[in-house]
Design a protein around this ligand. Sequence first.
Ligand code: PLP
Length: 393
Amino acid sequence: MKFSKRALAVKPSATVKVSNLAKQMKADGIDVINLGIGEPDFETPDFIDQAAIEAIKSGKTSFYTPASGIYELKEAVSQRIKEDFDVFYSPDNISITNGAKMALYVLMQALVNENDEVLIPQPGWVSYEQQIVLASAKPVMVKTNGEFKVTIDSLNAVTTKNTRVLVINSPQNPTGTIYTKDELTEIGNWAIMHNVLIIADDIYSSLVYNGNQYTSLIQLDDNIVAQTILVSGLSKAYSMTGWRVGYVAGAPEIISKVNAILSHSTGNPAAVSQYAGIAALTGDQSVVEEMRLAFEDRLNKVFPLLAEVPGFKLQTKPQGAFYLFPNVEEAVRIAGLSNSGELVEELLQKAHVAVVDGAAFGMPGYLRLSYAASLDNLIDAVTRIKNYMLSVN
Ligand code: PLP
């Protein structure tokens, strides 16, 4: 069989693979705790479900919506951005996509060509690199400092005349790092100077803990905003991963290309999901705060427990998102293994805990644990990991 170069180059998602393996073990009757995937464990709030049910009952399902989403949802996104960040995007400059993942995919399709380079901070979310490969462009990894942040020096070190786009994800998956306003301003000015577009992946912006301050690139001065394309979505804030509602907001000429690509690819995000999305964005926002508080509580309880596991070193305390990213080089050595991928296998097979190898995020020697799981499960999982480490010590 002959395949395209893109299909031959693309690698399947490591997070999805681990999660599927854990789900299979569970189906086989093994008591596995899955900390492998970034999926809030809460039910979607009831008023959002009800809006979707109403949309079904009132027959809003038998037609295509505009490919870039219904106008009412764009208005709801615009209003939410205004309320949360005090920044105005016209609904016309917003596209609704099948999750933020599709937003990022379509943007790569819209923005880059074969020799173009896209900068991805390491560690970075698993799909950025593969989406760039699927756009036939070149992913370029940017080294980060001890706080997992890019600096102007690290950006300069890899920038060439072909650099077109930089992806900034704050709060960051997998580390929970948040860039400060000053850091973002520096990066924004750097991007202007080098004529590099920034994709601001703000999907975790509502999940910020322990009084940490959050600033989005879209809140900086107009020149930086003009250089920035916002990507976000409803999956994490409203526990709506399965509904697949995300969005892009940016300059009209970019949105128009995104819309053209969407019109020939996804058609439209599911109509029912879009009506659910309107309810989520315009309804009672206390549900977002309730989930945020639950994640914060878990972080504060699990972080010190994980820090006690032999060979696990937590470089920073996460400030947002819902992941822990310990360095496990010492744990790998203690267990007599050769890399963090083998530790992932061991933890799955012997401790029955599913986590993801940092290598999937460009940082071998680390593990990613999601704390989007109940506190009982989290404590149980960390105890299992600790017992495994004690057994090999
Ligand atoms: N961006 C980051 C950093 C993520 O972690 C995720 C999901 O895990 C996404 C984007 C995509 O989210 P969704 O497609 O569910 O909106």
